[in-house]
Each structure stands twice: as structure tokens, then as C-alpha cells.
Design a protein. Sequence first.
Length: 692
Amino acid sequence: MTKTLVRAACPHDCPDTCAILVTVEDGVATEIKGDPEHPTTAGVLCTKVSRYIERTYHPDRLLTPLRRVGKKGEGKFAPIGWDEALDEIAARLSPIAARDPQAILPYSYCGTMGLVQGEAMAMRFFHSLGASLLDRTVCATAGFTGYKYTIGGSIGTDMETFQDAKLILIWGGNPIASNLHFWTRVQEAKRRGAKLIAIDPYRSLTAEKCHQHIALMPGTDAALALGMMHVLIAEDLLDHAYIDAHTLGFAALKERVAAWTPELTAATCGIGVDEVVQLARDYGRTAMAGDAVAIRVNYGMQRVRGGGMAVRNVACLPALVGAWRHAAGGIQLSSSGSFPSNKAALQRADLLAGRTPRTINMNTIGDDLLREASPAFGPKIEAVIVYNANPVAIAPDSSKVQRGFERDDLFTVVLEHFRTDSVDYADIVLPATTQLEHVDAHLSYGHLYMMANNAAIAPLGQSKPNTEIFRLIARRMGFTDALFDESDDQLASQAFNKQDARAVHFDWESLKRSGWSKLNMPAAPFAAGGFPTPSGKCEFYSASMLADGLDPLPDYIPNYESVASSPELAQKYPLAMISPPARNFLNSTFVNVQSLRATEGEPRLDIHPIDAAARGIADKEMVRIFNDRGAFVARARVTPKARAGLVVGLSIWWKKLASDGKNANEVTSQRLTDMGRAPTFYDTLVQVERAS
């Protein structure tokens, strides 16, 4: 028996990007575990990824190309060979490209976070073709944009230092479910005496284990940050030296937040005045005592109309109290901006050769697939190639998305591992490899390690890596450029810019052997200022925002849909709804892994006892959740974890695995955020009733 240990990396949309060791016996992966030597993974994998071998060898894996033989949505297919599949794809795409390549649209996101298997060869193909560009904003660009206006880039506190903080605010996230290794550091900080405060509309698993939970209403985080700033300034809990040396616009900020009294803040957020005041005092007084105060702000708070501004406001707080002076102080939204990834070399936007294709926002795919050609929109979308994504399940306003993919005149190709909701609407399905079967290079948005993924096993069946699939399609479409001949290792060797001091030691062959290598980053990146903003300072006042038509100062932007901002709509639909990730799923990945789905049970809706009683809803009853966009059903869980006025539908279920063939995105909106063109999944009003 031949037994080897292969170094790999978790590919999924999670900040932890774990280092993995795969045991392979006679060509078969038999065990997967976290690398005990990797400082953040520390030998531990989450429940989901620890089942990755089960997922890889799942009996429902797609292992041969398929052609649709039934109606769209029925999921009826017949196996075909690769040559036949590629010939049909080329035959369908070529005449469309000849008329206007913008009628062809890629649809992808973070089914893999890999720099190689994600977009490298795919974008070389789409850029060469001149296809429509995709605005890949379904997750975090609202917050990234607000953070960039303030801090200058997605750089912040190193996750490895959080255990040294004395106060940690976990704002808009549930790291027990979605950032496990950060939570390990937080627990160590707690053992050392740190106070933990969760700020979240929902009493999540994380909130339950913090010293305090502040259950504000969805979309009011920006107001809470303004109220905190008011108290910090009013009570002079400020680091004046840091403000004077390393910030811009304090006088204007002081004037702006003067109106945000604790009383106004509390009324806006739906919390107590004492909660506003004490939160600010805890934060300011801990910092004034010389201790590190840290904020982990996550993506939940930005999925509302004012989500970008909310993150911007929170990002102002550390500079006011000088939290950046400490390695364990400051804020982390994402560490991705620390990495000098070389996307220009990988994706080759220069292949557009001066063309400027239109850009389609992935959050409005429901409307856009149903649009006719027009001067404003451009050509009608005639073909979609879906990879690393499951739009029929994950895109908002799902009934429109489904109707769009049902179009008989739309040619759809899907690269996948399993028969997802989106696969059911494909004309051609191409089997893709999993992380154990291909090479990739990774950055992280939660730590500072460059990561390598080695192929542990040969591709199962006839599956192929995304890179090879797009090489083959490109050749069939007549592209002969040598850039389509580069191997995955050649692509990975270009993943990071070694001319940048942060990655000057990057060498792909060495990284493959070691599995991971940390960037050269200072322990406290902004201890002496040096923010990557135009001014080099933390910008309370942003001229860039003004130039972009935005308010240059922190502000509060109310939700599109809330009792306060849309009272007429709230008469019909009085409950706010959010749909955060279920613990055992990762977006729509792992939903079909039986052991994980069995643990998760079925789609559930958490509803407060007051709201349940008003509707005659008992615990464990089936309920219907609806608004003007659509409806879905779930099993009610009557619990105070959901604050009054809020319901929580843990997501994202494959629609085909729900009892009614629908999920929470039936009721979410295609409207976009204040900045970053991002989705407003948590900016939703609904009504709930007992299901008939």
C-alpha cells in the first residue's frame, strides 16, 4: 500500500482559509485534517470541511458531461462525451459572438476562492471573447467600499493578535459558524479577562457566548456607530494626539455626530439608551486605560441599503481612541487587501484590446435575464456560462431569476460538482474537479498566509479543472494564443507579485512544499498612521466620496424597507427578515451532503414569542413567509433569539431540497446598496402566517 500526505488548502468562501493535510492511500483520499503547524488552522477544521472527503466521493458527483433532454428546470439529462459537449458549446456561442459577444455573460463567484481555478483561465477566455463583464458584488463590496474610503484598503488587525485585546466587539457576524479560528482567539482573550460584546439583531451562537449582546434592528448599525462617536467626543474619551497626527476631518465629524444623542441613537436602533452609552464608555475607557480594543466587523451588517456607510462609520472608531497603536487593536473587515495578488497577470484584462463591454451586476440577474435589447441595456443576454456559483439558489428575487433561466432562447452552460438548482436549467453540464483533484493558489481574507493547494488525487470520472475546461472551450472557439497553453502550475507561479515587499519571498515550488507562507506585514499596520488613503490618514472626511457623489462624512442611511422608513409597506409586511448562513452550510455548498443536512434538519424560521403569539403560530408549526416578491415555507422555531419585530431564516437551502421547492431568496430584493453595488438581502420586510 502506498500512503502519502498531501498539503492542501480549503477553497471555500470563509476567512479562515485552512491549511489541510490529506492522507492518500493507493490513489484514494482516506482522511482530511487541519495542519497542526499552521498558526491559524492549528489542526482544526470546521464541521463542514471535515466532511470534504464525503463530498468528493459523494455518489451524486457529476462525472460526465450532460445534455438536457427535458424541459428547463426538470433536471433531465443524458450523458455525452467531452468532444460532443465542446462542439455544441462552440456551435451555440460562435454565432452569438459574431453578432455581439456582449450577449454572452459569465456568472461566477466564490464556489472556490482559488486564484487559479476561480477566474484565471476563465477571464482570459471571456476577455478574449469580449463578453459582458460581471459585477461580482454579491457578498462584500458595500463594506469594502466604505472601509476603503475610510482606511484606504482591506487591511486591518492581524487575526493572530486578537487574543491580546481587552475588549472585542463582534459586529454583524457569527464567527462560531463562519470564522471558527478567529473565535478560538476570542475565547483565549476571554480567558485572559477580555470583555466580549456581540452587536447583532439575532442572538446567534456567538452572541450567546459573549458577555453582552446588543440586539439592534437590521440596518441601524451606522446609527449605533454615530451614537458611539457622539458619546466618545462628549465625554472626551479620545486620543487627541492620534487624531491630530493621523486623521482627516475631525472637526467636521464632531459637528456631524453632535445630533446623534444617545436618545436618538437608541430610538433609531430599537435598543436602550443605557446600551448606547455603556458601549461607547466600555470602548473609550478601555482604550484610554492603555489597553487594546478591537472590532471584528463582518458582512451581515452591510447587506442593507446603507451597508457601505455602516462599515465606514464603524471603521472610524479605532482612530478616535488610538486603537491602531496596538497590534491587538483596531478593526478587521478583511485581510485580503494585504495580499499583492497578481490578478492582472492571471486574468489578462489587456485581452479586451481596447473594448469596453457592458457590466452586468450579479445581484440583478433576475431582471437582466428578462430584459430585451435596448440602447441603454445593450443586447439581450443570449448565453450564460455559470461556474463557481449557483444563481438559481443564491441570487435575490429568486422567482425572477428562475423565470430568466427558464427562457427557451437562453443557452446555459454550467460547470459543477453536483446537480444544483442551477444545473436543472442548463443546456450543457460540464463536470468540474473538487479541491482534492486540482492545483490552486490562495490568499485569505481572515489571515495573512499565502496558501498552496496540491492535487491529492486524480480527477474522478471525466471531471476536469475549471482551467482545463476554459482552455478547451477557448480552443473550440478558435483562440490560439499561447496564454491558453499555460499549465495550472504556471498560472499559480504568477499568483502573487514577488516585486512587492509583502511577498518578496514568494516562490510557487517552495510554497507547494510548505503549504503556507506568511506575508511581510507590520504587527500594527497603522500604529504610526500611513493609511493607504489619498491623504495617508484615516479619513473621517473623504474627498473621494464627495467626488463620487456621496456624503463625505459619516451618516445614517435608513433601509429601503423598515417600519420607520417605509411605514405604508410595513402595514402589509411588518416583520424585518434576515437570512444569515446556517451553521452546517456554506452559502449553498454542502447542502447536499447528507450528514450535514441531517444535522441542519429542514428550513426553519426563528420568530419571537410575541410575534408568534400575535399570529397564532406555535413552535414547530409550518409557516408561510411572504411579501410582494414571493413566498416560501419553513418550520417555525419560536424563540427569543430573534428579537421582537424580526424573523430569521437560516440559509441557503437548495430550493429542490425544500418541501415547497423555494428558499429565503423568494422574498429578497434586487435593490443595491448605497455604495459598492452590493445586495440588500437583509433589507427585507415580510409577513408570516400559519401555512395552510
